[in-house]
Design a binder for this molecule. Sequence first.
Ligand code: ADP
Ligand code: MG
Length: 727
Amino acid sequence: MVDGEQSVKWNFRIFGMTCTTCSRLAERALKKTTGVEFASVNLTTESAFVIASPDVTWDILQSAVKNAGYEAAITVTEDLEEAKNAEAKRTLIEVLAVGVPLSCLMYLKMLFGVNVPFYSELEIAIGAVALFRCGRKTFRGAWIAAAHCHTNMDTLIAISACASWLTAILSYVGFAIPSFGTVGVMIMMLHLTGRYIEARLRGRAAKRIKALLTLQPHEARVITESSEILVPIEAVKPDTIIAVKPGERIPIDGVVTEGRSGVDESLLTGESMPVLKCEESEVIGGSLNINAPLKIRAAKTGEDTFLSGMLNLVREAQGAKVPLQALADRITIVFVPTIIALAAASAAAWLLFFPSLSRLTYPLLSLMPWDNAAQTPISAAIYSFIATLVIACPCALGLATPLALVACTGESSRCGLLIRNAEAVQTLKDADLAVLDKTGTITEGKPSVIKWEATDEALDAAYTLESSSGHPLAAAILSVTGKRKHLHFEETEETAGEGVCGTLDKDKWFIGRADNTFSYTDLDIFAATVVQIRKNGKHAGYFAITDPIRDDTASAVCELNDLGITAIMATGDSQNSAKAAAFAAGIKNFRSGVRPEDKLTIVQDEQRKGHRVIMAGDGINDAAALKAADVGIAMGTGMDLAVDSADIVIMNGGISRIASAVRISRITSRIIKQNLVCAFVYNIIAVPLAMAGVLHPIAAECAMAASSLTVILNSLRIIGSAEKRGG
Ligand code: ADP
Ligand code: MG
């Protein structure tokens, strides 16, 4: 990574990439550009992150991307997404407007022998419009792939549509071959319909995700002369000093003015090792502060960083791929060339061995409801070539996973869930154990102090130490201490799940988890969380805090049980308050007094026993366990570090959403599998028939339409699946 003030950071979008080869090519093109010091291209978010010297202008980067065959855009507003949607709709209407009448004419001609005047001319003209106007994007996609020596779905669509259209031309200019021009138009119609439905669902999911993200406050702690105030990020001006607590996201690009802490920049750079930042270090908006409080001088206005960070999250949520999809992609890589080779081989075989082959396939053909139009070797070759390509046209295959996933994203965001990692959709379905954190997860995370006692000096210390913490208990304590004298501690340090300590004039102060210098005699605070203040290890005061259980917790635990998932609770809190919370939530198995590393061990132990583990939490102390669990689920109200470590975020609502997520994941995985099987089985049966020349290309086209329709309708079943069925 490059430092220094001269380097300029770019964050922009790249369009037109379809697979990992594409993203690698785009990345290589950027890296080769003179002046570019670092480049990383992300396929799923369709974005690029570049660090370059100041003489590298936007035009240079853009043309580098363009030369590789893709398109770069610096900012993508919602308008552009909408424009893309509108375009998909327009092309679909265009292709249907010309294609449907043509198909009707063809059926009239075929089924009722109606003589349509100028049919051949119409077929050629409409074919040209449908293919080269409406389908130009598909052809472009195929062309880019071919230019880089590989094939994709677009390749197959383009070749089969083109081949069909060519038969119309050849038969028109006098070759004795059947014309299948209309089939090409039908392929385009079907392909564009699928694309449109996908775009629609995607657009709707994006809107919902954006709505979810705006639910969360996006504020920066601006330091003024007298205090700290929360300001919406958009309103932060350059040179403002802001404070960032450990576990919080750095809201804005800037330079550290005070503090030393590890910062995780992986959201932007993909590099997951935290980078140490001290005074004068640059920090990027959107990265996460891990260990200690930092003060930062803002370099840009808040608006830029805020928007790009949000868009990144939206894209991440949308672009994610499940492993099944990766499998489907790998299959397509070999599938497309294989089909082209099979089609060519069958054409060649028909040309060479027409008499013997037609004798062989005659019995099969007599079973088909149509006449064999192929009377000569050439027509038989074309017949089987086109039918093979058409039948294998992977419309259904191409739609199988994306459609199901998009429906899944839409359904998840409808019930307040943000899926950050699509792999979780596949893993979640097998989960059988859920480890739940207490404070903020089972409870509301809005604790209040019910009783407290402390010397004045201890209160000042509590006030100062808790001001630097983002823990929910800190907020509760600050609300009772009010504003007090700010002590100048030499160094303060927060230990997750423990508390905050600091040194002042050789005295060691600590506020956090109570030890045995505090004895419980008071019944009122028996089940409360006790936070103790200690000076040099001696009791100096306490706060007894309660946090009510969420309304939906008990029913959520039952629901999980019904789904075959056992809930256990792991908390850093004391035995008594843990027991009270577990009892109220209906959880039999709980662990109290656990440290962050214990939460991690609990998750790992259960995994070793063969369980598929869900971890749900909200705090810094849950982060490691969230990452280690098969599926980490964070509460959107929790610390940014927890949210960033999770696969799924509950943006609104309590842990009953976990059950919804499990239901959605189960049905989505099932539907993806069904879709893929449907698409494959259909190919395995139909391709040999087509090669044998017994499948009429029109019939092949109808079969393909039917299989695409099945996949579409099947995927739509995901919508509404989050709700509990029956009882
Ligand atoms: P959990 O979420 O697992 O219940 P916590 O994050 O609440 O765990 O931490 C466990 C205990 O550590 C708390 O009950 C509290 O006593 C203490 N603690 C942690 N951080 C702080 C803090 N900033 N201020 C006061 N006490 C803290
Ligand atoms: Mg917690």
